[in-house]
Design a protein. Sequence first.
Length: 277
Amino acid sequence: MQPRGDAKVRAVRIVDLDRDMSDVIPTGMTPDSEFLFQKMTDVTLDRARPGPGKRILDVASGVGQDSLALAARGAIVVGAEPSRRMTQMARLFAADKIKAGAVEPDWVQGWADRLPFATGSFDGVICKGAIDHFDQPEQAIAEMARVCARDGCVVLAIANFESLACRVGRAVDDLRLEIGLPPVRERRGYDAPSDHFTRYELPLMREQAEAHLVVESVEGISLGWGMPGWSKTMARLPAGIARGAIQAFDGVAGLAPTLSDVIVLVGRPRRSASTSR
């Protein structure tokens, strides 16, 4: 039956609440990948300023490794995640640490764009490597700003699809196509994967964040990840030389975040004292 012309059609959100991300969790990594993921994590957690008694929300907490790391620094942590299976995995991963004396975060099933918390509930909010998977990212940022205390901070770590590596990869593939050769890889790294709703680059990150946050810092992390031949070269070099090259390029990323592989943006809620604790 077709709806009448004046009838409103209700949008339906379709999502796999049992998704476990096992298809994208890296099992073996090259030196540049190890550096990127570790530094992305370290910077994200550091910028949330965890410490004893600090209340921190981990949005899209996944299997909970970041929530556990924040709790290990003394913070009171809540991990919010819509996937039932990933929340169950987080509890399983936490079990051994709890036996060793660690404090388990609270696990809450919830959407990033409808966070089930009161305004100003947290001293810090992080969202690492997930916002480009959200179907309503701007509303999610608004919610993160809402539940964060007025003098707290929101930390967003996002893949940059206009990085130097993406630009070089696209240029190489364009040239190959012109001379009748296929792209270097079947899935081109400069194209957002099928499970991403948004292809982020720095201007878009700023535009969405600044509607709800006073941006305090923007940091670039890593340079060259995903560039044709880069990972293989780093894997073949002696460990010390590879490490030095990766760190040198990371230094350039810090000076030019628009070209970096990952961008970490930190801001405080953009709202008046009358609407925040």
